[in-house]
Design a protein around this ligand. Structure first.
Ligand code: ADP
Length: 271
């Protein structure tokens, strides 16, 4: 693909001289194309669950005397409404964290609760693929932050882990104190992994690895941009380790709220 230029020609004085200005539009065109894709993806992502829900509502009505069918349809309706819910949450979250302003009113947030809630929100989708969601690691760690934003960020990682994993696999969410100042949340899957050449770009807004491979999983390309913005607003970061064909680990690192009291100070206090 070549580069695109806008060329402007302006006369300079009366001697027939002209000024030629060339502006490189390649990046702008690329951004424009990505944005157009995004609108198409969001519309598609909205249309799919809404369409499925109305169809399921009709079907469940006509299956009223078959309890098994009703249960099955109700399960599908749950999956679709969760999907819709997550999309709306994501759009709202991104608009909250995109700007440069610091977040107001940050309070202590227990990471065990963040993990439990994020896992809970993905449970239905995971069960539908027989993917086991496991949690583990150090308990009782806290950060200063906005609980809902942190849940949305972690939920996106778990959602992705489930979306990009085959059936009957395992996703593990674990918490670990890495040193005196930071804590890590790791989400590990046994999924398709990310090609090395793409790893750099996946945190960009709207970016999706190979739309063809992502098509059947759905998605908007918002998830990882949300994770990146939310963690940086909390003074942390997000990184990924991945191997194509065997799985990925996404790591959110956040400053600890209660760093341990240095040993010397502790003995002095206890004395
Ligand atoms: P999407 O809505 O496409 O999932 P994200 O921003 O959440 O958008 O992710 C960007 C891209 O990164 C995805 O399209 C997918 O190709 C890749 N990706 C994210 N998480 C994983 C994962 N756990 N395993 C494999 N690929 C992943």
């Amino acid at each position: 693909e070549g580069r695109w230029f806008a060329v402007r020609v302006a006369p300079l004085g009366t001697h027939g001289l002209v000024l030629v200005l060339a502006e490189d539009l390649t990046d702008m065109r690329r951004t424009e194309a990505i944005r157009r894709d995004f609108v198409a993806n969001v519309s598609h992502e909205l249309k799919t669950p809404v369409g499925a829900l109305s169809l399921l509502a009709e079907t469940v009505e006509s299956a009223a005397d078959d309890p098994d069918a009703v249960r099955r349809f109700a399960g599908r309706m749950q999956i679709e409404s969760v999907r819709l819910n997550h999309l709306v949450q994501d759009l709202m979250t991104l608009s909250r964290v995109q700007g440069d302003e610091p977040l107001p009113d940050l309070g202590p947030v227990p990471l065990d609760e963040v993990t439990a809630e994020a896992v809970d929100r993905c449970q239905i989708k995971a069960s539908s693929k027989d993917i086991e969601l496991a949690t583990g690691g150090t308990e009782g760690l806290r950060v200063r932050g906005d609980a809902e934003l942190l849940v949305t960020a972690l939920r996106n990682l778990v959602d992705n882990a489930v979306a990009y994993s085959p059936e009957h696999t395992r996703v593990v969410v674990s918490t670990r104190r890495c040193d005196d100042r930071f804590v890590e949340l790791n989400v590990t899957d046994q999924g398709i992994g990310i090609p090395e050449a793409e790893v750099e770009r996946i945190f960009e807004r709207f970016y999706r690895v190979d739309p063809a491979r992502s098509r059947q999983t759905g998605g908007t390309g918002l998830g990882l941009a949300i994770v990146k913005h939310v963690t940086s607003k909390h003074g942390g970061d997000v990184t990924v380790w991945s191997k194509e064909g065997s799985g990925s680990t996404f790591t959110i690192r956040l400053p600890l709220l209660d760093p341990p009291v240095p040993a010397a100070l502790k003995t002095a206090r206890e004395a």
